[in-house]
Design a protein around this ligand. Structure first.
Ligand code: ATR
Length: 272
């Protein structure tokens, strides 16, 4: 039996077992995808001896994405660029790491708003945390000029400095100024999560053909997305990012490339 797991502290909130369990059943694979809660004092040792864990690989969630990137012997270029990993696997006896958050983010948009980046111009990113790092990298790769606005300016500046001439930084309170010319806007802050505050952006200034998305998916329709939809703007919710980021890991561990279907989406949506 091939085994994989999501590794974190805590992991009870993770919906990855639901996603991978669905695909294992679909393909009829003799495999298992579980949850592995590892205490902070054990994580270094666990990753250093990953080969002895009996896992073919797994996902890494908060707070271990950075530790996993450092522990892996071979990393995809994206992991080197952003210093965080979410997918691990063993290859020739060595631990390898990838970060699929960015490809998940892009695949969700390609799926739900196919022409969202037909002529990439200005993208506005709200927030500068771990999730923003993957999103900004993916947007630059896709050809956007990116503006990051964040409550803590220094974090936005540190992220922007990785992409000279492509990404710039400012404070969150300046968001409305940049929203006027942005063809694409994404919320990567935790605002809006489980009713926790809301992003203060004036949707009336946003160009009418802009696409708006949120990486928060609980609730599925955040106040940010609801405000954009009320203005008649095109919106994409964040659930698809979670589903699509899981595809490369499953493919590596279990040898079949799964697809994100409406059936899978409905299954996870029912669990939110
Ligand atoms: P993640 O890995 O999910 O991105 P994170 O690294 O903790 O989590 O980042 C959270 C983001 O939400 C940051 O951009 C954070 O802003 P700061 O860098 O200023 O902390 C933003 N955020 C969280 N709570 C916020 C609030 N009440 N108002 C504005 N921004 C907030």
């Amino acid at each position: 039996m091939i085994r994989a797991a999501v590794i974190g502290w805590p992991v009870s909130q993770s919906r990855s077992p639901l996603i991978h369990g669905h695909w294992l059943e679909r393909f009829g694979i003799d495999g298992d995808y579980g949850r592995l809660a590892i205490e902070p004092e054990r994580i270094d040792g666990f990753l250093a001896h990953f080969a002895g864990s009996g896992l073919a690989g797994g996902n890494v969630t908060i707070p271990y994405k950075e530790i996993a990137a450092r522990a892996a012997r071979h990393c995809q270029p994206i992991v080197e660029r952003i210093g965080a990993a979410n997918t691990l696997w063993m290859e020739n006896g060595e631990l390898c790491a990838d970060n699929t958050d960015g490809v998940g983010f892009i695949a969700n948009l390609d799926d739900r708003a196919p022409d969202w980046a037909k002529t990439p111009d200005e993208a506005l990113v709200l927030g500068a945390g771990g999730a923003a790092a993957a999103v900004v990298d993916a947007l630059v790769e896709r050809g956007f000029m990116v503006r990051i606005v964040n409550r803590t300016l220094s974090r936005a500046e540190a992220l922007a400095a990785r992409y000279p001439n492509r990404v710039s930084a400012d404070v969150l309170s300046e968001a409305n100024r940049y929203a006027r010319t942005a063809g694409f806007i994404v919320n990567t802050t935790s605002l809006g999560m489980k009713g926790d505050g809301a992003v203060d952006l004036d949707m009336s200034v946003v160009p009418s053909d802009a696409v708006i998305t949120d990486i928060v998916y609980v609730p599925l329709v955040t106040p940010f997305l609801a405000a954009a939809a009320a203005r008649g703007l095109r919106t994409v919710d964040g659930l698809g990012m979670l589903l699509h980021q899981a595809v490369p890991g499953f493919t590596r561990w279990f040898g079949h490339r799964p697809t994100v279907t409406p059936e899978l989406r409905a299954l996870v949506e029912a669990d939110l």
